[in-house]
Design a protein around this ligand. Structure first.
Ligand code: HEC
Ligand code: HEC
Length: 229
């Protein structure tokens, strides 16, 4: 039922998505995105659909290009953006990036305290022995991300987070080389991933979700999607 409804919205939107109709209101086009990403892109209770509202525009843009070019794989997303030009994807990215909407309360995960503590530890300190950098070294002390292209790590559902690490490990999510997140994911054991996802998903969203103006310098390893100073 849900999928059928989404598909019919998609078909309507795909028919409109040609560059000849670029003068259409972007808010109107974005309605098709809401079928999955929630009203105004604020996410839904379905754990797998990420929020897109308020994320850095450079990050959203990179993801839309990644879907279009097959570096990320989710067939309905690829279908959505398959015919869209770079300029149009940038418009969509800027539109959603500019929406600052309230976040839902975090879910309390049903996992033992020591698992949550392991997750917290990895996010804040990494694991020197295993050469895993602290996540805050790029995503920021408050995990709100950094301009132009490092996303926040709070306000994301646990199922979505788990799926991303699975996708990096299997190669079905890729970013511009060197792909730092793929390298980091390859060092994380299944127990690390589930601890990190549980801890992140349980964090309250800070009052100020603005990303930092740039990543903390220097970042611990190069990322193709992060311009170097
Ligand atoms: C049929 C459902 C569906 C529709 C419609 C849809 N998306 Fe998505 N989108 C998804 C799913 C599911 C994911 C996560 C896939 C994954 O895990 O890689 C996603 C991921 C994304 C991401 C990456 C988010 C992140 O945090 O990395 C962006 C950006 C995005 N979508 C934008 C859009 C835009 C813009 C539209 C409308 C033009 C749209 N989506 C329409 C299902 C949909
Ligand atoms: C060297 C910098 C760097 C470090 C360290 C880092 N990240 Fe990232 N992370 C990035 C970049 C850049 C992206 C965007 C990748 C892309 O465009 O697909 C990203 C994306 C992500 C995403 C995707 C979010 C979404 O909305 O889809 C998750 C989840 C994530 N990182 C988790 C982590 C965790 C957990 C750690 C610590 C174990 C970590 N990162 C450490 C740079 C970093």
């Amino acid at each position: 039922m849900f999928l059928a409804a989404a598909m019919s919205l998609l078909t309507t939107n795909a028919a409109l998505a040609g560059p000849q109709r670029i003068d259409d209101s972007i808010a109107q086009r974005a309605v098709a995105c809401a079928a999955c990403h929630g009203r105004e892109g604020r996410a839904t209770s379905e754990g797998f659909f990420p929020r897109i509202a308020g994320k850095p525009a450079g990050y959203l843009y990179n993801q839309l290009v990644n879907f279009r070019e097959g570096r990320r794989q989710y067939p309905l997303m690829t279908y959505m953006v398959g015919h869209m030009t770079d300029a149009y994807l940038m418009e969509l990215a800027q539109y959603f990036s500019g929406l600052h909407l309230p976040y839902a309360a975090p879910a309390t995960p049903a996992v033992p305290a020591d698992v949550l503590e392991h997750g917290r530890q990895l996010v804040h300190s990494g694991d020197r022995a295993r050469r895993i950098p602290a996540c805050i070294a790029c995503h920021g002390q408050h995990l709100t991300g950094a301009l132009p292209a490092v996303p926040s790590l709070v306000g994301l559902p646990r199922d979505y987070l788990n799926a991303q690490f699975g996708a990096w490990k299997s190669g079905s999510r890729r970013a511009a080389a060197p792909d730092c997140m793929a390298q980091i994911s390859s060092k994380l054991a299944a127990a690390d991933v589930s601890a990190i996802s549980a801890w992140l998903a349980s964090q309250p969203v800070p009052g100020d979700m603005q990303p930092m103006v740039s990543p903390p310098a220097p970042i611990p390893m190069p990322c193709g999607s992060v311009p170097q100073h």
